[in-house]
Ligand binder design. Structure first.
Ligand code: PMP
Length: 406
């Protein structure tokens, strides 16, 4: 396997080949599936028509005509790029309008938009804390939180998943230390679909004077009034200091945001490194995001369909004998529907077999989830029809039976 220019003969990166060979041996090596058309419930990957159970396009906004029109109109008016980072010359009026719109939607003082949810988390955690401080983080929090925590150089204390008592134990251990304490949880956990104990952690933060932060990437557009997220769902808007959301999942576009006090947002404008050192969104992205927030208010039936589909899909999977959490892993409470198989190779084989039969359901193995907790992760959307769901269920069940998985 030598590339045209002979690069693969060079020894400098040979250690990477060894890792890839190891993945091949374990059966967890993958090739990227390539989407040929739009991110819809029925689409084509690698030329094959499939029912798509793998995307985060919860409300079908990725392909919504109003978002597309908004992007085209903004592109015609303002061009395709912003030309600079926000703090130099790349803050366009449309960026400010989007931030104001999100802040109003969330009922907070202010908002800053980042290039992605990842940079929103990593850039925020790393900039608001320093090495004398403490981060108390749920063991299943997203990688961007973990990376932000590491970059901050604060001391990291990991509490058992959703274990509020354990979090309190850790808070007690450090309460007399001089540094600040930050408690952080995902609003919805991305691999299991369960909801974080936001209200109970707020109680702890109030008791111990800790900063409360929630990553609502998978809760935005899914939980709370018109998709305001888990913080709204738990009526905790005034008790959460830092609310992160993504614009890349239910909102259908790209980006992340942080909501909170005016001071928090001004501080992030001055100190968050992805904000300072990476170019802002093209105007089309900001315009589409604004159209998406309008739709959350105007078309609540999308969320209703999302939840109805979720309920039906999960009931049918349980009836068919699938482990969709609650046994070896947390129980899903949202449209994220893991099918726990445990073994990485088995999971990848099942995913590939489903694809051959017209169902796109991605296998997820170590290091995205812990060793032995490999799973197929399905996500329902508002746009799946009952017929598509039934067809997917039939295929999933028959292939699982053939493979001895149920
Ligand atoms: N937080 C969580 C919980 C996520 O699942 C993700 C997306 N994988 C992110 C943050 C990052 O969001 P984005 O894709 O917008 O970078």
């Amino acid at each position: 396997m030598t590339s045209k220019n002979g690069q693969n003969k060079r020894p400098q990166l040979a250690h990477l080949r060894a890792v890839l060979d190891d993945l091949r041996e374990r059966g967890t090596y993958f090739k990227l599936r390539v989407l040929d058309d739009e991110q819809g419930p029925l689409c084509h990957y690698d030329g094959r028509e499939v029912i798509n159970l793998a995307s985060n396009n919860y409300l079908g906004l990725c392909e919504h005509p109003k978002l597309v029109e908004a992007a085209i109109a903004a592109t015609k008016k303002y061009g395709v790029g912003s030309g600079a980072v926000r703090t130099i010359a790349g803050t366009m009026r449309i960026h400010m309008e989007l931030e104001e719109k999100i802040a109003a939607f969330k009922g907070v003082e202010a908002c800053v938009v980042f290039q992605s949810g990842f940079t929103a988390n990593a850039g925020t955690v790393s900039s608001i804390l320093g090495k004398e401080d403490f981060i108390l983080s749920d063991e299943l929090n997203h990688a961007s939180i973990i990376d932000g925590a590491r970059l901050s150089k604060a001391k990291i204390k990991v509490f058992r998943h959703k274990d509020v008592a354990h979090c309190e134990e850790l808070l007690k251990e450090v309460q007399n230390e001089p540094g600040r304490k930050l408690v952080i949880t995902d609003g919805v956990f991305s691999m299991d679909g369960d909801i974080g104990p936001v209200a109970a952690l707020c109680d702890l933060c109030d008791k111990y004077g800790a900063i409360m932060m929630v990553d609502d990437a998978h809760a935005s557009g899914v939980l709370g009034r018109n998709g305001r997220g888990s913080v709204d769902h738990f009526h905790c808007t005034d008790r959460v200091d830092v609310q992160v959301g993504t614009l890349s999942k239910a909102i259908g576009c790209l980006g992340g945001y942080v909501c909170g006090s005016r001071d928090l947002i001004d501080y992030l404008y001055h100190r968050a490194r992805p904000f300072l050192f990476s170019t802002s969104h093209p105007p089309s992205v900001a315009a589409s995001c604004m159209a998406a927030f309008d739709l959350l208010e105007q078309e609540p039936e999308r969320m209703e369909r999302l939840w109805a589909n979720t309920k039906y899909f999960q009931e049918q999977l349980r009836t068919a004998g699938f482990d969709i959490g609650g046994k070896s892993t947390p129980k899903t409470e949202t449209p994220i529907t893991p099918i726990i198989l445990g073994d990485g190779r088995k999971t990848m084989d099942y995913s590939r077999a489903l694809f051959e039969k017209g169902v796109m359901a991605t296998g997820i193995a170590f290091p995205t989830v812990a060793e032995g907790k490999a799973r197929i992760r399905c996500i329902m959307t508002s746009e799946h029809t009952r017929a598509q769901i039934d067809q997917a269920l039939e295929t999933m069940t028959s292939v699982a039976k053939q493979m001895g998985l149920v």
